[in-house]
Write a protein that binds this ligand. Sequence first.
Ligand SMILES: [Zn+2]
Length: 171
Amino acid sequence: MKSIDIIVEPERVDRYKKGIKYSFPNCAAVILLRTDDDKNILVDTGGYGHQKRVVDGLRRKGLNPEDIHYVILTHSHFDHNANIYLFSRAQLIQERWLVSIADGKTIKYGRKEELPPIGAKGIRLIKTPGHTEDSISVLVRHKNKKYAIVGDAVKGSLIRAGLIKREYREF
Ligand SMILES: [Zn+2]
């Protein structure tokens, strides 16, 4: 893997009602992977109203939305998938689905253990159901380290409580 970059940082919105704090997801992290075979891959696309942040984040890396070859959705919640429409030339990869965003041509992978193939080196997809039934995670190697991009599979509250280390864990 040539590079792993966070294009948009995740964001939550806190609201208070009768002294009780309610925290809502607003925008998931958007992560850009550039592979050794020159594929540009975006993991998740962020939430509603964040399209400018996504486009500006890509521009800072010298890319336009049309330069993205694959969009991998870790799962189909609104804070992860709202900006799919920006990536008109990409193949969309979800659990069991490979979709051409340009023309809607869709291949469904029916067997339970089967995931859509990704035509790029150094990336592996695994199913990580729990947060949602369709959750998948992305495993990549970069500079002799291994990374797992897990969407919402790991709760931030567990990290803050010290129950899970926010480090790069071996897999
Ligand atoms: Zn979610």
